[in-house]
Design a protein around this ligand. Structure first.
Ligand SMILES: Cc1ncc(COP(=O)(O)O)c(C=O)c1O
Length: 453
């Protein structure tokens, strides 16, 4: 197949990967161990068992390079995988660049984003263990939607704590969660002590992923039949998402391409990990490839945070992990990319960033929406505001290459569609979207609350 002949590169259903790729097997520096939030001692798998399925805990600590995808999960993957890899010919033409831009489209999943890639195995392993109900948090609502559907597929109840600002900005995400049979409440809620404490401190809080995580963990700890599930950050979530990069590699090979740069937006890090980690062995072997994580300037965890042990949540119920963090007390502004409003970062992404194997950059809201609009008008797809961060950087990379007189192969992950984010687009079109200035002062205040290890 000649590179010039196609617009989308598709793999047949039987080529859905049979194994996930575990980057832990190849990391030059192993992860620092997670710590128990109460004792601050190294956490054991047994400490995690009250809230996580055993097989997920094993995956969390596994050093196996490849982990088999259960057939039951692969059967559901068949509904939407392999996802297509598109050549962004319309975008290239509009930018007038000679670089080749590709995007892996995860918005094709029934829920509209990559999140189902991990929701399915998480629901499956919990069901296999006899769990009846899963509690979780959601930022923009994409993860909550994915978990609600996965729970329905595996006959489990889903309880979703949705960050209040997104609950109000994106009412239809709640509708979808309920349509799938999930229960969704705005966080902070009055259902948990963590929620009540957050409300007592600030009744008008927009909520944060950190608070919503505390609520979901507390919910899971208080019930025998319930486990907790996290849609990003953790090693097993990055493992499940590796299916994105594994497919992308094959698709690029089909047209004799190898990427100069791979780009993914970065909230907790899972979709970026998904597209980038399968290329890490090449990077370690000295191959000339750049892996770029893109975060919002309003919540610049990698680019402005510190590499330190911190709580994954606000109430200090979740494990303490070594990661890039803005401090668990940091309340990011209510930007439209709600899925990128997280104070911390995947420990795997953090370690690889610290070791110089990946890069990070941050972008402002208005330029992100501007790139999203160009993309919508040239490729026809309305991107999720989160994914539009990757588009912005892909566009910037292509323009930069052009100004240097070179043509590059640029690949980004279009992690989700934005058809339930139209209120955000309306605001942008009316000129009301603000480029929020990051507060160094607030960061310094929040960093004071890092746990003393
Ligand atoms: C479409 C989309 N992309 C990206 C993200 C960010 O999460 P992560 O960094 O785990 O991929 C989210 C989170 O909600 C999302 O909904």
């Amino acid at each position: 197949m000649s590179r010039e002949e196609f617009v989308k590169i598709e793999l047949p259903e039987k080529r859905i990967p049979r194994y996930w790729y575990n980057v832990q097997a190849d990391m030059p520096t192993p992860l620092d161990p997670p710590l128990h939030p109460a004792t601050k001692k190294i956490i054991t798998p047994a400490d995690l068992e009250p809230i996580f399925a055993k097989e997920l805990i094993m995956q969390e600590v596994s050093a196996e390079r490849y982990i088999e995808i259960p057939e039951e999960v692969r059967d559901f993957y068949k509904k939407y995988r392999p996802s297509p890899l598109f050549r962004a010919r319309g975008l290239e033409k509009a930018l007038n660049v000679s670089s080749r831009i590709y995007y892996k489209y995860e918005g094709i999943s029934p829920v509209g984003s990559h999140k189902l890639n991990s929701a399915l195995p998480q629901a499956y392993y919990n069901k296999k263990q006899g769990i009846k109900r899963i509690a979780t948090e959601t930022g923009a609502g994409q993860w909550g939607t994915a978990l609600a559907l996965a729970c329905k597929f595996f006959d489990l109840e889903a309880m979703i704590y949705m960050v209040r600002v997104s609950y109000e900005q994106k009412p239809y995400r709640r509708s979808v969660m309920e349509l799938y049979g999930g229960k969704c409440v705005p966080s902070p809620s009055t259902l948990t002590q963590s929620g009540r404490d957050a409300l007592a401190q600030n009744p008008d809080t927009p909520g944060t992923l950190g608070i919503a995580i505390s609520e979901a963990v507390e919910d899971a700890m208080s019930r025998e039949d319930t486990n907790y599930s996290l849609g990003s950050v953790l090693n097993h979530v990055c493992l499940h998402q590796s299916i994105i990069g594994l497919e992308t590699r094959e698709q690029l090979e089909m047209v004799d391409e190898y990427p100069d740069v791979i780009i993914g937006c970065c909230g907790g890090g899972s979709n970026f990990a998904g597209i980038a980690f399968p290329f890490i062995p090449d990077k370690i072997a000295g191959k000339n490839i750049r892996l770029v994580a893109v975060e919002p300037a309003a919540c610049p965890t990698l680019t402005k945070g510190v590499f330190a042990y911190d709580y994954g949540d606000v109430a200090g119920l979740a494990p303490i992990v070594k990661m890039y963090t803005l401090g668990h007390d940091f309340t990011p502004s209510g930007i439209h990319a709600g899925g990128l409003r997280y104070h911390g970062e995947s420990p795997l992404v953090s370690r690889l960033y610290h070791d110089g194997l990946i890069e990070a950059t941050s972008v402002l809201q208005n330029p992100v929406f501007e790139a999203a609009m160009t993309f919508a008008q040239t490729e026809g797809l309305v991107p999720a505001p989160e994914s539009a961060h990757a588009i912005r950087t892909a566009v910037d990379e292509a323009l930069k290459a052009e100004s240097e007189g070179v043509a590059k192969c640029i690949v980004f992950n279009l992690s989700g569609h934005g058809l339930l984010d139209l209120a955000a687009y309306d605001q942008y079109l009316s000129g009301a979207t603000q480029d929020i200035v990051f507060s160094e002062e607030a960061l310094q205040e929040s960093l004071k609350t890092l746990p003393q290890i």
